[in-house]
Design a protein around this ligand. Structure first.
Ligand SMILES: Nc1ncnc2c1ncn2[C@@H]1O[C@H](COP(=O)(O)OP(=O)(O)OP(=O)(O)O)[C@@H](O)[C@H]1O
Ligand SMILES: [Mg+2]
Length: 306
């Protein structure tokens, strides 16, 4: 199912179908296989162009190499994790991928195409959507309006049609509102549609940010610490939601997270960053067993957590 077919489906029932298979279903282990350059992809994505490829990517701020020699490929339906201590360069990588920052060196290929000369907006239209470490919503606007902003890319009418309130404008608006409500219902937010976004509890604001990002119809969703500030039951629900988003929309998800339980449970591939450089890449089992990760990043306490 794609985002475009969402309109004709009752999302609750679409997700319920997967729910019924979930209890007791054995968790399938992902096999990563070598592909382009030094990267690995889940076996099922390996025969297709990676949705994202970073080649020797780097950026310096003054004398600080915030990201250096960053190489990564992401499968088209992969859930991958980017972890590392505070200040390791994780958010900077998201800022590079979304062209908030221009890399000092290296290449980013989105679906095989170089985005060197694309703006943030063009990259979003080309398929990358993100959420932010510090939630960025329009707090005074309604929950529904926040998602409608995400849908804006897909609304087709001219300025004249909007100003004159012509039929094509009303039709596009109506379809957009229906779709926005469907995205809200995926995250159990439909009852709050008319409330100001800023009045939602913290966990719900994080869900709304994901709904808005998803409304731009991405092929790659970047989540920057989606579980930050969530309680354990919200985190458990988020974990299910992330997997369901991937299964429902068949997109890739790259997430930055400090919650190791979440990362180890749902990520197929994990890259560990320390001082701007990747120190380990692999499956959760590889990462758990990697001495460099245990020593350089997690220390003894961290090793116990894993
Ligand atoms: N615009 C900037 N100007 C100067 N230095 C920057 C800038 N953006 C990031 N940095 C520096 O780059 C390094 C990496 O920062 P970044 O925010 O990417 O870390 P992070 O891995 O996301 O950390 P955290 O887990 O705390 O969010 C830090 O030393 C930070 O101070
Ligand atoms: Mg960060």
């Amino acid at each position: 199912m794609t985002a475009n077919s969402l309109r004709v489906l009752n999302p609750q029932s679409a997700w319920a179908a997967e729910d019924s298979a979930a209890p007791g279903a054995e968790k399938k282990k992902t096999k990563l296989v070598p592909v382009v350059r030094t990267s690995y992809l889940p076996e099922r994505d390996a025969d297709k162009t990676p949705i994202l490829e970073c080649i020797d990517l780097g950026i310096s701020f003054g004398g600080l190499k915030a990201v250096d020699n960053f190489n990564l490929a992401l499968g088209r339906t992969e859930i991958a994790g980017l972890i590392g201590p505070n200040g390791a360069g994780k958010t900077t990588i998201f800022n590079l991928l979304t062209k908030v920052y221009q890399p000092t060196h290296g290449t980013i290929l989105l679906d095989g195409k170089d985005i060197a000369y694309s703006s943030t907006e063009q990259v979003n239209r080309a398929g990358i959507a993100r959420t932010f470490q510090n939630i960025r919503l329009f707090h005074n606007q309604s929950v529904l309006d926040n998602v409608l902003i995400g849908l804006h890319n897909e609304m087709h009418y001219t300025m004249a049609e909007a100003v004159l309130r012509m039929p094509r404008y009303w039709k596009a608006e109506k379809v957009a509102r229906e779709r926005a409500m469907e995205y809200l219902s995926l995250f159990h937010l439909e009852e709050h549609a008319d409330e100001p976004a800023g009045s939602l509890p913290y966990g719900a604001q994080r869900r709304l940010e994901i709904a808005r990002a998803l409304a731009t119809n991405p092929s790659l969703l970047l989540l920057d610490e989606p579980a930050a500030g969530m309680n354990p039951s919200e985190t458990a629900e988020l974990m299910e939601n992330i997997v369901r988003i991937r299964d429902t929309f068949q997109i890739a998800i790259l997430l930055i997270e400090h919650d190791m339980n979440l990362v180890m449970n749902i990520c197929e591939g994990i890259a560990v960053l320390n001082f701007g450089r990747i120190i380990a890449k692999g499956t959760p089992d590889d990462i758990r067993a990697n001495p460099a990760v245990i020593e350089a990043y997690l220390g003894r306490k961290g090793a116990q957590k894993l």
